[in-house]
Design a protein around this ligand. Structure first.
Ligand SMILES: Nc1nc2c(ncn2[C@@H]2O[C@H](COP(=O)(O)OP(=O)(O)OP(=O)(O)O)[C@@H](O)[C@H]2O)c(=O)[nH]1
Ligand SMILES: [Mg+2]
Ligand SMILES: [Zn+2]
Length: 333
């Protein structure tokens, strides 16, 4: 039996890297029957082109789905497409949800006409403790810093289509020529040039994962009261609110609202948007009669479900359980 790491998945084929060689593998029927999902980044045991076992994950993120990573690098473009702070806050909150550290990278710096964007970015995100990078994949600006951030880690590049994720990898890795494509004139968005996640090795211990841009991330899988945990500046005060289930919107005795001057407007705006999305999830949970306490606990990358799947299968109330599975699958897919 050999051990290796999945670096690419194409339909039914799993590409495994193991001591200096790559293997094309399929998955053993027994794993398929157990409905075990395999992610890019998973460590596996395989034999004669068949994956036998998935080894325990250190962590993972969904959308894009990648396992065993050290950090996410959230790529935004300062222009083409326009910098979207809600989208950026969304990615930041997603990383926090998965308890994985994030670096913020602002690409296409060559298109920036003034320093206003740079100032705004620093004023919002530096106090929150994020590493911030400005780059131009086109002109090679900031690429040394970008390489430095990657050193000794497995990093996932996240960000909307067309922001330049693949271009940055091409600029940072000698001899790399990943496919890139210009942002559509009509929509101002990318065209999903990268279709799959793929791990690219920079050196012995630095790896980078190119991913397709995601545009439909939504907080429709957690409860409204949990959204505040994903914003450090809100989480800081939430313990002092009069009501434990305070959503920091219009409630009396809200400690977050008392300190609203310290919170950036666009950050708070994003927070309220995500709370609305989470409310939709809560309605769904209520409607389907699922106990909210079983909703999830992925925060610290422990198991997603409190009840073990074996117990669930054995439970009598199978109807309820199946509904639960549907919600769970939706979250993961
Ligand atoms: N002006 C400028 N253009 C850039 C820069 N980086 C990338 N581009 C261009 O932006 C377009 C999109 O780049 P990609 O690297 O394909 O973007 P992506 O994020 O990988 O997109 P998806 O794979 O669709 O998610 C291409 O035409 C690139 O040439 C940059 O720093 N400056
Ligand atoms: Mg790409
Ligand atoms: Zn409050």
């Amino acid at each position: 039996m050999q051990k290796g790491q999945i670096f690419k998945i194409h339909s039914d084929f799993y590409y495994v890297h193991s001591v200096g060689a790559d293997y094309e593998c399929k998955v053993r029927e027994v794993l398929k029957k157990q409905k075990q999902k395999i992610y890019v980044g998973d460590y596996v045991e395989f034999c004669n082109g068949a994956i036998e076992k998935i080894l325990p994950r250190k962590n993972f993120i969904t959308r894009p789905t990648v396992a065993n990573i050290d950090q996410v690098i959230i790529i935004s473009a300062v222009k083409e497409p326009d910098l979207n702070f809600t989208q950026l806050n969304r990615y930041i909150a997603f990383a926090k949800y998965h308890n994985i550290s994030a670096v913020l990278c602002f690409n296409k710096n060559d298109l920036s006409e003034d320093d206003k964007t740079i100032e705004k970015v620093f004023s919002i995100y530096q106090p929150l403790g994020y590493d911030i990078l400005f780059t131009s994949a086109l002109e090679g600006y900031g690429i040394e810093d970008f390489r430095e951030i990657l050193r000794g880690k497995t990093s996932v590049l996240c960000g909307a289509s067309g922001v330049g994720k693949s271009s940055l990898i091409n600029a940072a890795v000698p001899g790399m020529s990943l496919r890139t494509k210009s942002v559509s004139d009509k929509t101002g968005r990318g065209t999903h040039t990268t279709r799959h996640c793929e791990i690219i090795s920079l050196d012995e211990d630095s790896r980078i994962v190119d991913t397709p841009g995601f545009s439909h991330l939504k907080f429709d899988f957690l409860l409204p009261t949990e959204v505040g945990d994903l914003f450090a500046e809100i989480a800081k005060y939430k313990g002092f609110c009069k009501f434990q289930d305070c959503l920091h919107l219009t409630e009396t005795g809200c400690a977050v609202k008392e300190h609203i001057n310290e919170i950036d407007e666009t950050r708070y705006q994003s927070y309220t948007e995500f709370v609305e999305e989470a409310k939709e999830y809560k309605e769904k949970v209520k409607y389907q009669g699922i106990k909210t306490e079983t909703s999830h606990k992925q925060h610290y990358n422990k198991t997603a479900v409190k009840i073990s799947s074996r117990k669930r299968e054995g439970a009598r109330n199978t109807k309820k359980q199946n509904i639960y599975k549907d919600v769970e699958n939706e979250r993961i897919n």
